[in-house]
Design a protein around this ligand. Structure first.
Ligand code: CMX
Length: 440
Protein backbone atom coordinates (compact mmCIF):
# COMPACT_ATOMS: atom_id res chain seq x y z
CA UNK A 1 0.00 0.00 0.00
CA UNK A 2 2.54 2.54 -1.17
CA UNK A 3 -0.05 5.33 -1.22
CA UNK A 4 -0.42 5.27 2.58
CA UNK A 5 3.33 5.51 2.97
CA UNK A 6 3.39 8.38 0.46
CA UNK A 7 0.54 10.17 2.21
CA UNK A 8 2.42 9.89 5.49
CA UNK A 9 5.58 11.21 3.85
CA UNK A 10 3.80 14.14 2.17
CA UNK A 11 2.11 15.22 5.40
CA UNK A 12 4.88 14.53 7.88
CA UNK A 13 7.77 15.91 5.82
CA UNK A 14 6.19 19.38 6.22
CA UNK A 15 6.49 18.87 9.97
CA UNK A 16 10.11 17.84 9.49
CA UNK A 17 10.83 21.21 7.85
CA UNK A 18 9.05 22.93 10.72
CA UNK A 19 11.05 20.98 13.27
CA UNK A 20 14.31 21.92 11.54
CA UNK A 21 13.34 25.58 11.34
CA UNK A 22 12.28 25.74 15.01
CA UNK A 23 15.53 24.08 16.04
CA UNK A 24 17.57 26.51 14.02
CA UNK A 25 15.74 29.74 14.88
CA UNK A 26 14.54 29.27 18.44
CA UNK A 27 16.82 26.81 20.23
CA UNK A 28 17.85 29.39 22.83
CA UNK A 29 14.27 30.29 23.89
CA UNK A 30 13.16 29.27 27.40
CA UNK A 31 9.91 27.27 27.25
CA UNK A 32 9.55 26.05 30.84
CA UNK A 33 11.20 26.00 34.23
CA UNK A 34 11.95 22.80 36.10
CA UNK A 35 11.30 22.51 39.82
CA UNK A 36 13.13 20.23 42.21
CA UNK A 37 9.76 18.56 42.86
CA UNK A 38 9.51 17.59 39.20
CA UNK A 39 12.98 16.04 39.23
CA UNK A 40 12.11 14.16 42.40
CA UNK A 41 8.78 12.81 41.14
CA UNK A 42 9.89 11.23 37.92
CA UNK A 43 10.10 14.33 35.68
CA UNK A 44 6.31 14.78 35.75
CA UNK A 45 5.19 17.69 33.63
CA UNK A 46 8.64 18.54 32.23
CA UNK A 47 8.15 19.23 28.50
CA UNK A 48 11.00 17.34 26.89
CA UNK A 49 9.61 15.04 24.21
CA UNK A 50 8.03 15.56 20.78
CA UNK A 51 5.06 13.25 20.15
CA UNK A 52 2.42 14.04 17.54
CA UNK A 53 0.26 10.91 17.70
CA UNK A 54 -1.65 11.81 20.88
CA UNK A 55 -1.79 14.21 23.81
CA UNK A 56 -3.02 13.50 27.33
CA UNK A 57 -5.03 16.17 29.13
CA UNK A 58 -5.22 15.69 32.93
CA UNK A 59 -8.98 16.29 33.07
CA UNK A 60 -10.37 15.29 29.68
CA UNK A 61 -7.99 12.40 28.99
CA UNK A 62 -6.37 11.21 25.81
CA UNK A 63 -6.85 12.84 22.42
CA UNK A 64 -5.54 11.08 19.33
CA UNK A 65 -4.51 13.82 16.90
CA UNK A 66 -7.03 16.02 18.69
CA UNK A 67 -9.91 13.49 18.80
CA UNK A 68 -11.29 12.18 22.11
CA UNK A 69 -12.20 8.51 22.57
CA UNK A 70 -15.95 9.13 22.05
CA UNK A 71 -15.08 11.08 18.88
CA UNK A 72 -12.91 8.35 17.40
CA UNK A 73 -15.51 5.72 18.30
CA UNK A 74 -17.97 7.83 16.36
CA UNK A 75 -15.82 8.79 13.39
CA UNK A 76 -13.37 5.99 12.56
CA UNK A 77 -14.56 3.41 10.01
CA UNK A 78 -16.00 0.14 11.29
CA UNK A 79 -16.90 -3.18 9.70
CA UNK A 80 -20.41 -3.37 11.15
CA UNK A 81 -22.68 -0.35 11.73
CA UNK A 82 -23.15 -1.21 15.42
CA UNK A 83 -19.58 -2.46 15.93
CA UNK A 84 -16.38 -0.82 17.14
CA UNK A 85 -13.97 1.03 14.82
CA UNK A 86 -11.01 -0.89 13.46
CA UNK A 87 -7.63 -0.21 15.10
CA UNK A 88 -6.20 0.07 11.57
CA UNK A 89 -8.11 3.38 11.32
CA UNK A 90 -6.59 4.71 14.53
CA UNK A 91 -3.12 3.78 13.28
CA UNK A 92 -3.78 5.71 10.07
CA UNK A 93 -5.04 8.70 12.07
CA UNK A 94 -1.97 8.69 14.33
CA UNK A 95 0.45 8.27 11.43
CA UNK A 96 -1.08 10.54 8.78
CA UNK A 97 -2.99 12.94 11.03
CA UNK A 98 -6.33 12.61 9.19
CA UNK A 99 -9.46 10.52 9.70
CA UNK A 100 -9.20 7.73 7.10
CA UNK A 101 -12.05 6.55 4.91
CA UNK A 102 -13.25 2.96 4.84
CA UNK A 103 -11.01 2.01 1.89
CA UNK A 104 -7.88 3.34 3.61
CA UNK A 105 -8.67 1.20 6.62
CA UNK A 106 -9.45 -1.94 4.63
CA UNK A 107 -6.25 -1.41 2.66
CA UNK A 108 -4.22 -1.35 5.87
CA UNK A 109 -5.94 -4.58 6.96
CA UNK A 110 -4.93 -6.14 3.63
CA UNK A 111 -1.41 -4.76 3.81
CA UNK A 112 -0.88 -6.15 7.31
CA UNK A 113 -2.32 -9.52 6.25
CA UNK A 114 0.30 -9.76 3.49
CA UNK A 115 3.09 -8.84 5.91
CA UNK A 116 1.96 -11.19 8.70
CA UNK A 117 4.29 -14.13 7.96
CA UNK A 118 6.31 -15.00 11.08
CA UNK A 119 9.60 -16.84 10.45
CA UNK A 120 9.91 -20.30 12.04
CA UNK A 121 12.87 -19.30 14.21
CA UNK A 122 10.58 -16.90 16.14
CA UNK A 123 8.33 -19.82 17.14
CA UNK A 124 11.45 -21.84 17.97
CA UNK A 125 12.63 -19.09 20.30
CA UNK A 126 9.23 -19.03 22.05
CA UNK A 127 9.20 -22.84 22.28
CA UNK A 128 12.68 -22.88 23.81
CA UNK A 129 11.42 -20.95 26.85
CA UNK A 130 9.87 -22.87 29.74
CA UNK A 131 6.08 -22.70 29.73
CA UNK A 132 6.16 -21.11 33.14
CA UNK A 133 8.00 -18.06 31.80
CA UNK A 134 5.62 -15.14 31.79
CA UNK A 135 3.77 -14.44 28.54
CA UNK A 136 5.44 -10.98 28.48
CA UNK A 137 8.87 -12.66 28.65
CA UNK A 138 7.94 -14.86 25.68
CA UNK A 139 6.47 -11.90 23.81
CA UNK A 140 9.56 -9.71 24.29
CA UNK A 141 11.93 -12.55 23.35
CA UNK A 142 9.90 -13.21 20.18
CA UNK A 143 10.07 -9.53 19.20
CA UNK A 144 13.83 -9.41 19.74
CA UNK A 145 14.32 -12.57 17.72
CA UNK A 146 12.60 -10.90 14.74
CA UNK A 147 15.34 -8.28 14.55
CA UNK A 148 17.05 -10.68 12.14
CA UNK A 149 14.57 -9.26 9.60
CA UNK A 150 15.20 -5.57 10.28
CA UNK A 151 15.33 -3.74 6.98
CA UNK A 152 16.40 -0.56 8.79
CA UNK A 153 19.42 -2.30 10.30
CA UNK A 154 20.50 -3.73 6.94
CA UNK A 155 20.09 -0.37 5.24
CA UNK A 156 22.09 1.34 8.00
CA UNK A 157 24.93 -1.14 7.59
CA UNK A 158 24.81 -0.59 3.84
CA UNK A 159 25.36 3.13 4.47
CA UNK A 160 21.93 4.57 3.66
CA UNK A 161 21.69 8.38 3.88
CA UNK A 162 20.11 9.56 7.15
CA UNK A 163 17.29 11.34 5.30
CA UNK A 164 16.01 7.90 4.26
CA UNK A 165 15.98 6.33 7.76
CA UNK A 166 12.22 6.84 8.03
CA UNK A 167 11.55 4.70 4.94
CA UNK A 168 13.07 1.46 6.24
CA UNK A 169 11.74 2.25 9.73
CA UNK A 170 8.24 2.41 8.20
CA UNK A 171 8.76 -1.00 6.55
CA UNK A 172 9.99 -2.57 9.82
CA UNK A 173 7.13 -0.97 11.74
CA UNK A 174 4.46 -2.26 9.34
CA UNK A 175 5.97 -5.77 9.32
CA UNK A 176 6.24 -5.78 13.09
CA UNK A 177 2.67 -4.65 13.73
CA UNK A 178 1.38 -7.13 11.14
CA UNK A 179 3.06 -10.06 12.89
CA UNK A 180 2.06 -9.28 16.46
CA UNK A 181 -1.39 -10.96 16.51
CA UNK A 182 0.16 -14.22 15.28
CA UNK A 183 2.89 -14.09 17.92
CA UNK A 184 0.52 -13.16 20.75
CA UNK A 185 -1.95 -15.88 19.77
CA UNK A 186 0.87 -18.43 19.50
CA UNK A 187 1.97 -17.71 23.07
CA UNK A 188 -1.65 -17.88 24.25
CA UNK A 189 -2.37 -21.24 22.60
CA UNK A 190 1.02 -22.58 23.70
CA UNK A 191 0.47 -21.73 27.34
CA UNK A 192 -3.22 -22.37 27.78
CA UNK A 193 -4.35 -24.69 24.96
CA UNK A 194 -1.60 -27.28 24.94
CA UNK A 195 0.09 -25.97 21.75
CA UNK A 196 -3.07 -26.43 19.71
CA UNK A 197 -2.35 -23.54 17.32
CA UNK A 198 -4.76 -21.90 14.89
CA UNK A 199 -3.56 -20.61 11.52
CA UNK A 200 -4.27 -16.95 10.62
CA UNK A 201 -7.18 -16.09 8.33
CA UNK A 202 -5.89 -13.38 5.95
CA UNK A 203 -9.45 -12.26 5.14
CA UNK A 204 -9.94 -10.96 8.68
CA UNK A 205 -9.05 -7.58 10.09
CA UNK A 206 -6.06 -7.27 12.45
CA UNK A 207 -7.96 -7.54 15.77
CA UNK A 208 -10.53 -9.99 14.35
CA UNK A 209 -7.70 -12.27 13.29
CA UNK A 210 -6.19 -12.09 16.77
CA UNK A 211 -9.52 -13.22 18.28
CA UNK A 212 -9.72 -16.01 15.66
CA UNK A 213 -6.15 -17.27 16.29
CA UNK A 214 -6.68 -17.18 20.06
CA UNK A 215 -9.63 -19.51 19.51
CA UNK A 216 -12.31 -16.96 20.47
CA UNK A 217 -13.84 -16.68 17.04
CA UNK A 218 -17.09 -14.92 17.95
CA UNK A 219 -18.36 -11.51 16.87
CA UNK A 220 -18.57 -10.49 20.56
CA UNK A 221 -14.87 -11.11 21.23
CA UNK A 222 -13.85 -9.51 17.94
CA UNK A 223 -15.87 -6.42 18.86
CA UNK A 224 -14.27 -6.31 22.32
CA UNK A 225 -10.74 -6.74 20.95
CA UNK A 226 -11.30 -3.97 18.39
CA UNK A 227 -12.29 -1.63 21.22
CA UNK A 228 -9.42 -2.88 23.39
CA UNK A 229 -6.83 -2.37 20.64
CA UNK A 230 -8.08 1.17 19.99
CA UNK A 231 -8.19 2.46 23.55
CA UNK A 232 -4.80 1.05 24.64
CA UNK A 233 -2.92 2.17 21.53
CA UNK A 234 -1.29 5.40 22.70
CA UNK A 235 -1.07 7.74 25.71
CA UNK A 236 1.25 10.50 24.49
CA UNK A 237 5.04 10.07 24.66
CA UNK A 238 6.02 10.21 28.33
CA UNK A 239 4.57 6.93 29.62
CA UNK A 240 7.13 4.19 30.24
CA UNK A 241 6.41 2.02 27.17
CA UNK A 242 6.29 4.96 24.75
CA UNK A 243 9.27 6.71 26.26
CA UNK A 244 11.38 3.53 26.37
CA UNK A 245 10.62 2.80 22.70
CA UNK A 246 11.50 6.36 21.73
CA UNK A 247 14.67 6.44 23.87
CA UNK A 248 16.10 3.17 22.57
CA UNK A 249 15.13 4.14 19.02
CA UNK A 250 17.03 7.41 19.44
CA UNK A 251 20.29 5.41 19.48
CA UNK A 252 19.19 4.12 16.04
CA UNK A 253 18.62 0.68 17.50
CA UNK A 254 16.32 -1.08 15.06
CA UNK A 255 12.50 -0.88 15.59
CA UNK A 256 12.38 -4.44 16.95
CA UNK A 257 14.85 -3.55 19.72
CA UNK A 258 13.10 -0.26 20.42
CA UNK A 259 9.64 -1.80 20.71
CA UNK A 260 10.96 -4.73 22.80
CA UNK A 261 12.38 -2.15 25.23
CA UNK A 262 8.95 -0.53 25.42
CA UNK A 263 7.35 -3.89 26.14
CA UNK A 264 9.77 -4.60 28.99
CA UNK A 265 8.62 -1.32 30.54
CA UNK A 266 4.97 -2.17 29.94
CA UNK A 267 5.54 -5.41 31.87
CA UNK A 268 5.96 -3.49 35.17
CA UNK A 269 3.12 -3.53 37.75
CA UNK A 270 2.83 0.27 37.85
CA UNK A 271 2.22 0.27 34.08
CA UNK A 272 0.66 -2.41 31.84
CA UNK A 273 1.03 -5.33 34.25
CA UNK A 274 -1.51 -3.48 36.42
CA UNK A 275 -4.20 -5.05 34.17
CA UNK A 276 -3.26 -8.45 35.64
CA UNK A 277 -2.78 -7.09 39.14
CA UNK A 278 -6.37 -5.80 39.17
CA UNK A 279 -7.72 -9.29 38.52
CA UNK A 280 -5.20 -10.94 40.88
CA UNK A 281 -6.21 -8.50 43.61
CA UNK A 282 -9.96 -9.02 43.09
CA UNK A 283 -9.54 -12.81 43.12
CA UNK A 284 -7.48 -12.61 46.31
CA UNK A 285 -10.33 -10.59 47.79
CA UNK A 286 -12.96 -13.12 46.64
CA UNK A 287 -10.91 -15.94 48.12
CA UNK A 288 -10.28 -14.21 51.41
CA UNK A 289 -13.92 -13.16 51.82
CA UNK A 290 -15.12 -16.50 50.50
CA UNK A 291 -17.80 -14.95 48.30
CA UNK A 292 -18.15 -13.91 44.66
CA UNK A 293 -20.61 -11.22 45.70
CA UNK A 294 -18.92 -9.20 48.45
CA UNK A 295 -20.87 -6.35 50.04
CA UNK A 296 -19.80 -2.73 49.65
CA UNK A 297 -18.62 -2.73 53.31
CA UNK A 298 -16.47 -5.81 52.71
CA UNK A 299 -14.89 -4.21 49.62
CA UNK A 300 -14.16 -1.01 51.57
CA UNK A 301 -12.53 -2.99 54.39
CA UNK A 302 -10.45 -5.03 51.94
CA UNK A 303 -9.27 -1.89 50.10
CA UNK A 304 -8.30 -0.20 53.37
CA UNK A 305 -6.42 -3.32 54.45
CA UNK A 306 -4.45 -3.27 51.16
CA UNK A 307 -3.35 0.30 51.86
CA UNK A 308 -2.39 -0.55 55.45
CA UNK A 309 -0.17 -3.35 54.10
CA UNK A 310 1.76 -0.73 52.11
CA UNK A 311 0.44 -1.95 48.74
CA UNK A 312 -1.20 0.01 45.96
CA UNK A 313 -4.80 -0.52 44.84
CA UNK A 314 -4.21 -1.61 41.25
CA UNK A 315 -6.16 0.11 38.49
CA UNK A 316 -6.40 3.38 40.43
CA UNK A 317 -4.29 6.51 40.14
CA UNK A 318 -2.35 7.99 37.27
CA UNK A 319 0.79 10.02 36.74
CA UNK A 320 -0.99 12.61 34.57
CA UNK A 321 -4.78 12.07 34.71
CA UNK A 322 -6.77 13.82 37.44
CA UNK A 323 -10.20 12.38 36.53
CA UNK A 324 -11.73 9.02 35.68
CA UNK A 325 -9.85 7.74 32.65
CA UNK A 326 -12.06 7.98 29.52
CA UNK A 327 -10.63 4.57 28.55
CA UNK A 328 -12.24 3.24 31.74
CA UNK A 329 -15.52 4.98 30.86
CA UNK A 330 -15.52 3.55 27.31
CA UNK A 331 -15.23 0.03 28.72
CA UNK A 332 -17.87 0.71 31.36
CA UNK A 333 -20.28 1.88 28.65
CA UNK A 334 -19.45 -1.21 26.59
CA UNK A 335 -20.26 -3.43 29.58
CA UNK A 336 -23.51 -1.57 30.26
CA UNK A 337 -24.59 -2.05 26.66
CA UNK A 338 -23.72 -5.70 26.21
CA UNK A 339 -23.42 -7.41 29.61
CA UNK A 340 -26.07 -8.09 32.23
CA UNK A 341 -25.20 -8.98 35.78
CA UNK A 342 -21.67 -10.38 35.82
CA UNK A 343 -20.27 -10.83 39.36
CA UNK A 344 -16.74 -9.67 38.45
CA UNK A 345 -18.04 -6.60 36.61
CA UNK A 346 -20.32 -5.84 39.56
CA UNK A 347 -17.25 -5.80 41.84
CA UNK A 348 -15.38 -3.52 39.40
CA UNK A 349 -18.35 -1.11 39.41
CA UNK A 350 -18.55 -1.16 43.21
CA UNK A 351 -14.81 -0.46 43.41
CA UNK A 352 -15.38 2.57 41.20
CA UNK A 353 -17.79 3.91 43.84
CA UNK A 354 -15.80 3.10 46.96
CA UNK A 355 -12.09 3.33 46.15
CA UNK A 356 -11.75 7.04 45.16
CA UNK A 357 -12.82 8.38 48.60
CA UNK A 358 -10.52 5.87 50.31
CA UNK A 359 -7.54 7.00 48.23
CA UNK A 360 -8.52 10.65 48.68
CA UNK A 361 -8.50 10.16 52.44
CA UNK A 362 -4.81 9.19 52.35
CA UNK A 363 -4.09 12.82 51.49
CA UNK A 364 -1.23 11.87 49.18
CA UNK A 365 -2.69 10.13 46.13
CA UNK A 366 -2.89 12.80 43.43
CA UNK A 367 -5.47 10.98 41.33
CA UNK A 368 -7.91 8.71 43.18
CA UNK A 369 -9.82 7.78 40.01
CA UNK A 370 -9.73 4.54 38.01
CA UNK A 371 -7.44 4.08 35.00
CA UNK A 372 -7.81 1.85 31.93
CA UNK A 373 -6.60 -1.27 33.77
CA UNK A 374 -9.38 -1.17 36.35
CA UNK A 375 -11.93 -2.43 33.79
CA UNK A 376 -10.16 -4.30 31.01
CA UNK A 377 -9.59 -7.64 32.75
CA UNK A 378 -13.21 -8.04 33.84
CA UNK A 379 -14.42 -7.61 30.25
CA UNK A 380 -11.92 -10.11 28.86
CA UNK A 381 -12.81 -12.54 31.63
CA UNK A 382 -16.51 -12.20 30.91
CA UNK A 383 -16.01 -13.19 27.27
CA UNK A 384 -14.01 -16.30 28.19
CA UNK A 385 -10.45 -14.92 27.99
CA UNK A 386 -9.85 -16.03 31.56
CA UNK A 387 -6.08 -16.48 31.40
CA UNK A 388 -5.14 -13.22 33.09
CA UNK A 389 -1.37 -13.79 33.06
CA UNK A 390 -1.74 -13.07 29.34
CA UNK A 391 -3.52 -9.72 29.61
CA UNK A 392 -0.42 -7.48 29.41
CA UNK A 393 0.46 -9.07 26.06
CA UNK A 394 -2.85 -7.77 24.69
CA UNK A 395 -2.00 -4.31 26.00
CA UNK A 396 1.41 -4.64 24.31
CA UNK A 397 -0.04 -5.61 20.93
CA UNK A 398 -2.24 -2.52 21.02
CA UNK A 399 0.50 -0.18 22.29
CA UNK A 400 2.57 -1.07 19.21
CA UNK A 401 0.23 1.09 17.12
CA UNK A 402 1.08 4.34 18.90
CA UNK A 403 4.72 3.86 19.81
CA UNK A 404 5.67 2.56 16.38
CA UNK A 405 3.80 5.31 14.52
CA UNK A 406 5.78 7.74 16.68
CA UNK A 407 9.05 5.92 16.03
CA UNK A 408 8.51 6.31 12.28
CA UNK A 409 8.01 10.04 12.80
CA UNK A 410 11.09 10.25 15.02
CA UNK A 411 13.20 9.02 12.11
CA UNK A 412 11.49 11.30 9.58
CA UNK A 413 12.04 14.33 11.83
CA UNK A 414 15.65 13.22 12.27
CA UNK A 415 15.37 13.43 16.07
CA UNK A 416 18.78 13.12 17.74
CA UNK A 417 20.02 10.69 20.34
CA UNK A 418 18.29 11.44 23.65
CA UNK A 419 20.61 12.44 26.46
CA UNK A 420 19.25 14.38 29.47
CA UNK A 421 21.62 15.37 32.28
CA UNK A 422 21.94 13.75 35.68
CA UNK A 423 23.60 15.14 38.81
CA UNK A 424 24.49 13.81 42.25
CA UNK A 425 21.94 14.54 45.01
CA UNK A 426 24.46 17.03 46.46
CA UNK A 427 24.16 19.21 43.35
CA UNK A 428 20.40 19.60 43.78
CA UNK A 429 20.90 20.40 47.46
CA UNK A 430 23.31 23.20 46.58
CA UNK A 431 20.95 24.49 43.89
CA UNK A 432 18.20 25.09 46.49
CA UNK A 433 20.69 26.43 49.09
CA UNK A 434 19.87 23.70 51.57
CA UNK A 435 22.58 23.58 54.25
CA UNK A 436 21.12 21.03 56.65
CA UNK A 437 22.84 17.66 56.65
CA UNK A 438 21.81 14.13 57.50
CA UNK A 439 25.36 12.90 56.90
CA UNK A 440 24.65 11.73 53.36
N1 CMX B 1 -2.99 2.88 45.66
C1 CMX B 1 -2.25 3.24 46.73
N2 CMX B 1 -1.37 4.25 46.73
C2 CMX B 1 -1.28 4.98 45.60
C3 CMX B 1 -2.06 4.71 44.46
C4 CMX B 1 -2.93 3.59 44.50
N3 CMX B 1 -3.66 3.22 43.46
N4 CMX B 1 -1.74 5.62 43.50
C5 CMX B 1 -0.80 6.42 44.02
N5 CMX B 1 -0.51 6.04 45.29
C6 CMX B 1 0.50 6.58 46.18
C7 CMX B 1 1.88 6.46 45.53
O1 CMX B 1 2.39 5.13 45.70
C8 CMX B 1 2.66 7.54 46.27
O2 CMX B 1 2.97 7.04 47.56
P1 CMX B 1 4.36 7.44 48.29
O3 CMX B 1 4.36 8.93 48.37
O4 CMX B 1 4.27 6.74 49.60
O5 CMX B 1 5.45 6.92 47.40
C9 CMX B 1 1.60 8.63 46.42
O6 CMX B 1 0.32 7.98 46.33
C10 CMX B 1 1.69 9.73 45.38
O7 CMX B 1 1.65 9.11 44.10
P2 CMX B 1 1.00 9.87 42.86
O8 CMX B 1 1.84 11.10 42.61
O9 CMX B 1 -0.45 10.06 43.08
O10 CMX B 1 1.16 8.81 41.69
P3 CMX B 1 2.43 8.52 40.76
O11 CMX B 1 2.37 9.49 39.63
O12 CMX B 1 3.68 8.46 41.52
O13 CMX B 1 2.11 7.06 40.24
C11 CMX B 1 0.74 5.33 39.42
C12 CMX B 1 1.09 6.82 39.32
C13 CMX B 1 -0.21 4.96 38.28
C14 CMX B 1 2.03 4.50 39.24
C15 CMX B 1 0.08 5.07 40.79
O14 CMX B 1 -1.14 5.78 40.88
C16 CMX B 1 -0.16 3.60 41.07
O15 CMX B 1 0.76 2.93 41.58
N6 CMX B 1 -1.37 3.06 40.74
C17 CMX B 1 -1.63 1.65 40.89
C18 CMX B 1 -1.00 0.87 39.75
C19 CMX B 1 -1.73 1.11 38.44
O16 CMX B 1 -2.94 1.03 38.34
N7 CMX B 1 -0.96 1.37 37.37
C20 CMX B 1 -1.51 1.50 36.01
C21 CMX B 1 -1.43 2.91 35.45
C22 CMX B 1 -1.98 2.98 34.04
C23 CMX B 1 -1.09 2.24 33.06
O17 CMX B 1 0.07 2.68 32.85
O18 CMX B 1 -1.48 1.21 32.55
Amino acid sequence: MEYIKNRFYQKASKCTSEYQRLKQDHSDKVIAEVTLGQVMTGMKGVPSLITDTSKLDPTTGIRFRGYTIPEIRERLPRLHPDGEPLPEGLFYLMLVGEIPDRDDVLNISKDWATRAYVPQHVFDVIDSLPKNSRPMTQFSAAILSMATDSIFQKAYRAGVHKKHYWDTTYEDVMNLIARLPRIAAYIYRRNFFNDDHIEPDPRLDWAGNLAHMMGHNTEEVKRLLRLYMVIHADHEGGNVSAHATHLVGSALSNPYYAYAAGMLGLAGPLHGYANQEVINWIFEMIQELDTENPTEEQIVAYSEKTLKEGRVIPGYGHAVLRQTDPRFTAQQEFAKKYIKDDPLINIVNTLHRVVPPILEATGKVKNPWPNVDAYSGSLLYHYGLKEHTFYTVLFGVSRALGVLASLTMDRLYGLPIERPSSYPLKWYKEKVNDTTTEGC
